[in-house]
Design a protein around this ligand. Structure first.
Ligand code: PMP
Ligand code: GLN
Length: 456
């Protein structure tokens, strides 16, 4: 019916939001065709929507969603205060360059130039985004079309899947497969590996890109040079792009080295590196991220960025630029935040490992990130099971745990595609970027739980 009133009137009626007696036209319009463009599952099924709410409602100790509960470094807070209140800096309250505040792109080009061993042009090889999330979104929108396949390594940061689908692409999944650890040893994230033949079999004529996330959320796996070479060789052979999510690049432990796939032969030209100030400087709420790569790729990201969000908060970009300037001056020195943060986090990781081992949850020791995945198989008898449930066991377990013990964690199955969720449903993920007091409170909960379990 609404279609019959002509395009101008139709637009007018919809703009006026059905007011003034025209509502019958509008209610018919609502029924006549679906409003959504490319169909995705409702956001209420999203893991973060669901578990952030559960944690807010029930948890006394929240080791679920990944964010630090300790303050960011003083030098960064000061830089932000100066950016918003410095008397001569009032222009920091206005728009800056759309593709990145000049001081920030310049310092990022300098730092990544040094790390990658190549000259980078701040204006064409770097683009600032609203967090790494927007960097990812720009990549999928810029590179993926209907019919394109994108290889995703499981377990994966959950948003890769809907973002590929929103762009019209088809995700192709390849799981990291766990090997049993040596007798008497705890499993490490390094024990989760790609099967080279299986990976090769996932590449096809339709493969447009692979998403690599090293260090990996949720496992904490830091891909070795050999594993990266395997991926790089396949990308080169099949002329595929690599979307390299490196947001946890500074959070590596036990002397491990984070290797950038863009530095391997043939990879610079086909890789977009994605980073996040949220993880780098413990300021997840600032939502400053970036992309680094060749202009032939970044020019397309700029198109998506320009015509969607256009611009990121100037003051936050300025403060992050100052943070990187400070870090470049202190590079590799003991007072560098990039040296101090992983050192502190490694201790927190070990503290949480001890707490979990003491109660019989088997932690998988992460080589990087601030996440730790633990096997909960031995707790199966604890949690009243729901027969014939469609919901993976780990999700039911995590819900039961937050409601009954006040401890929030994230089920590992959230990081798998629908078909594979039930293959990995006896693990939960904890975030250990927390004050020692928070980790102690988690330990208290676990110890009490253990006593109740063993009480006659
Ligand atoms: N990639 C990974 C692997 C992450 O864990 C996160 C954390 N949210 C992001 C991207 C998004 O980062 P940001 O908060 O900077 O958008
Ligand atoms: N990256 C964070 C995590 O994995 C937060 C993700 C989110 O809240 N969307 O916990």
């Amino acid at each position: 019916m609404l279609r019959r009133v002509g395009p101008f009137l139709r637009h007018f009626l919809l703009e006026r939001n059905c007011s003034a007696g025209y509502s019958s036209y509008c209610s018919e319009a609502k029924m006549s065709r679906p409003v959504q463009a490319r169909r995705l599952e409702g956001v209420d099924k999203n893991i973060w929507v669901e578990f952030v709410k559960l944690a807010a409602t029930y948890s006394t100790v929240n080791l679920g969603q990944g964010f630090p509960d300790f303050p960011p470094p003083e030098f960064l807070k000061e830089a932000f205060s100066r950016a918003v209140s410095g008397e001569e800096e009032h222009m920091l309250h206005q728009y800056t360059r759309a593709f990145g505040h000049p001081p920030l792109v310049k310092i990022l080009a300098q730092l990544f130039g040094k790390l990658l061993g190549r000259d980078l042009d701040p204006m064409t090889n770097v683009m600032v985004t609203v967090g790494a999330y927007q960097a990812l979104f720009c990549c999928f929108q810029a590179f993926i079309d209907e019919g394109d396949e994108v290889i995703i390594i499981e377990p994966f940061f959950d948003c890769y899947e809907p973002m590929v689908k929103m762009a019209g692409g088809t995700p192709v999944y390849i799981p990291l497969r766990p090997k049993a650890p040596k007798e008497g040893k705890l499993m490490s994230s390094a024990d989760w590996q790609l099967d080279p033949a299986e990976l090769a079999s996932k590449f096809s004529e339709q493969t447009k890109a692979i998403v690599l996330n090293s260090p990996n959320n949720p496992l904490g796996k830091v891909f070795s040079r050999g594993e990266l070479e395997l991926i790089a060789d396949l990308c080169v052979k099949h002329d595929a792009l690599c979307i390299s999510d490196e947001v946890y690049e500074w959070l590596v432990y036990d002397g491990k080295q984070h290797i950038r796939i863009a530095s391997l032969p043939g990879m610079w030209d086909r890789t977009v590196i994605i980073g996040s100030a949220g993880k780098t400087f413990s300021v997840t709420g600032w939502k400053v991220g970036w992309t680094v790569g060749p202009n032939r790729l970044l020019q397309h990201l700029r198109t998506v960025h320009q015509n969607s969000v256009y611009h990121c908060a100037t003051a936050a970009q300025d403060a992050v630029a100052k943070g990187f300037q400070r870090e470049l001056e202190h590079y590799g020195k003991p007072d560098s935040y990039f040296v101090q943060l992983p050192r502190e986090l490694q201790q927190k990781r070990d503290q949480l490992v001890q707490s979990l081992v003491a109660v019989g949850m088997k932690p998988i020791i992460p080589e990087g990130t601030y996440f730790l995945v633990a096997d909960i198989s031995e707790f199966k008898s604890e949690v009243p099971d729901v027969p014939n449930s469609d919901e993976p066991y780990d999700s039911r377990f995590a819900k039961w745990m937050v409601k009954n013990k006040g401890l929030a964690a994230i089920p590992l199955s959230a990081f798998y595609c629908g078909a594979h969720k039930d293959n990995y449903n006896t693990f939960i993920r904890f975030c250990f970027a927390k004050e020692d007091a928070t980790l102690k409170a988690a330990d208290d909960i676990l110890q009490r739980w253990k006593l109740e379990k063993t009480a006659p």
